[in-house]
Design a protein around this ligand. Structure first.
Ligand code: GDP
Length: 464
């Protein structure tokens, strides 16, 4: 681990060939390190460059010999990403030239940055809160628009602002409680206690609301393991393809064509589904298909969402009834999908009632005409709450660490509210409010210990 006093350097663009690459240098000596390896065209040297001015010039290798031309931008503390002096050097993005420029920064006085060290320094210097810093990691990793909206919202402070708002209210309560404890002769009175109770309940409601967003946040960020199941030929692969939006599963009218489990991650109904299309669930003599069916049953057991597909144009078969039996024991929510509604109806009213006994969520679709696919997306959105949240603007959490701290705050607030209601001594109530405050502070980093900070930033890659 580098001490904060060191000047660090790393390549901040991905490794590989590219038009340009950016080498970042941060720390007290950033400008002098850059001054030894970059010669701006014209008369000034790097130390004479105005702040945030892109200067063209020669980049020198570790031996001081020009190896490339590029752009140098100087950021002076505290007006930089890390809050320290920073220099960004853009060179041509060849693998060798990028490495040479980085080695030149090291040869001229910088040390190699650790994973996540730029963002960690930004946090330690108060440029970002912990939830914002964690969201930077999420934004860099975002591979769907929904994930980008979620992390982008948190980078812009959606979660931090909400936690600050709740902490500020709690601080008012603590001030009132301290005054009441220190000056018992100035009785807070019923009115005062009622007010404290009201504020505590409001903060508790806010914490509960934030906690409730976890289900959606996690469904967007980590994704939901979703399995499509049903007997052969009901249209599972066709549904998979409709959801994925491309022909990635093989669709044929020969029963049992999907022999293995196909996987794809899609953004559907505003959440991230880690989809698997399983082999038709039924008893089969074909050994290869049998292995596929074994996997399909495993998939159902490990799923967080099950899309059970039925052919609406045929009466229920024995295999369908077998599946209904299995699904009744499933722990994950099930959405039943009646497919092939473009064809004449084959299911009897009784058949439909049997299917409906698996789950109240029944959607009629046609993978042929695409009818009903939007309704299916809405049913998924409703199940994971993405229909009620605006990922770009609402405070939404997805991180298990944040959730753990908020749960701690929630429990403390519940017990503070109960204590106040049952007339516990005010100093006991105050202790639980302090516990809630500590938990909120840790959620957003103001009270986080060094070990946790190091662990969080180690998850980043070098150059971030
Ligand atoms: P799977 O075995 O359950 O994966 O079923 P497939 O997706 O391979 O589909 C089996 C057959 O049903 C194929 O010939 C599809 O074109 C056809 N099919 C799938 N969905 C529909 C639908 O909504 N309407 C009609 N008419 N045919 C469909």
């Amino acid at each position: 681990m580098n001490p904060l006093s060191s000047t660090i350097a790393a390549v901040s663009t991905p490794r590989g060939r590219g038009g340009i690459a950016v080498i970042r240098i941060s720390g007290t000596d950033a400008v002098s390190v850059a001054g030894r390896m970059f010669v701006p065209a014209g008369k000034t040297d790097v130390s004479g460059l105005p702040e945030r001015y892109a200067a063209f010039g020669d980049i020198l290798d570790p031996d001081g010999i020009p190896c490339d031309t590029g752009i140098c931008t100087v950021f002076r503390a505290p007006k930089s990403f890390t809050g320290e002096n920073m220099v960004e050097i853009s060179c041509h993005g060849g693998i060798s030239v990028t490495e040479t420029v980085l080695l030149s920064a090291i040869a001229h006085g910088a040390v190699m940055a650790d994973a996540g060290e730029f963002t960690k320094r930004a946090f330690l210097n108060g440029k970002l809160s912990l939830t914002e810093a964690e969201a930077v990691g999420g934004l860099i990793d975002a591979d769907t628009t929904e994930k980008m909206k979620l992390s982008g919202g948190a980078v812009r402070g959606n979660v931090s602002r909400e936690i600050k708002r709740l902490s500020d209210s709690l601080l008012d309560v603590m001030t009132a409680l301290y005054a009441a404890i220190d000056y018992p002769e100035e009785d807070v009175g019923d009115e005062g206690e009622r007010h404290i109770g009201e504020v505590l309940r409001t903060v508790s409601g806010g914490v509960k609301r934030l906690l409730a967003t976890y289900k959606t946040g996690r469904a967007v960020q980590s994704g939901v393991k979703c399995v499509i199941c049903g007997r052969p030929n009901v249209g599972k692969s066709s549904l998979f393809n409709r959801m994925v939006g491309e022909e990635s599963a093989i669709v044929t009218d020969v029963a049992g064509t999907t022999r293995d489990v196909l996987r794809e991650t899609v953004s559907f109904g505003g959440v991230t589904l880690r989809l698997s299309d399983t082999a038709g669930i039924h008893t089969s003599g074909d050994a290869v298909e049998q292995i596929g069916i074994g996997r399909a049953v495993d998939e159902i057991e490990g799923a967080e969402l099950i899309l059970a597909v039925w052919n609406a144009s045929e009466p229920l078969t024995g295999h369908d009834i077998e599946l209904i039996g299995r699904l009744k024991d499933a722990s994950a929510p099930v959405i039943t999908v009646l497919n092939k509604t473009d064809l004449a109806r084959g299911l009897s009213g009784e058949d439909e009632a049997q299917i409906a006994s698996v789950s109240g969520d029944m959607i009629r679709v046609s993978c042929e005409t695409e009818e009903g696919i939007a309704e299916l997306a809405s049913a998924v959105a409703k199940l994971f709450g993405s229909d009620k949240l605006d990922l770009r603007h609402d405070a939404v959490i997805w991180d298990v660490r944040q959730r753990t701290q908020l749960m701690r705050a929630d429990a403390a607030l519940d017990s503070a509210v109960a204590g106040l209601t049952y007339g516990d001594p005010l100093d006991a109530v105050c202790t639980t409010v302090e516990e809630a405050m500590a938990a909120l502070s840790e959620t957003d980093g103001r009270g986080v210990n060094e070990e946790i900070v190091n662990e969080i930033f180690a998850r980043f890659c070098v150059g971030k």
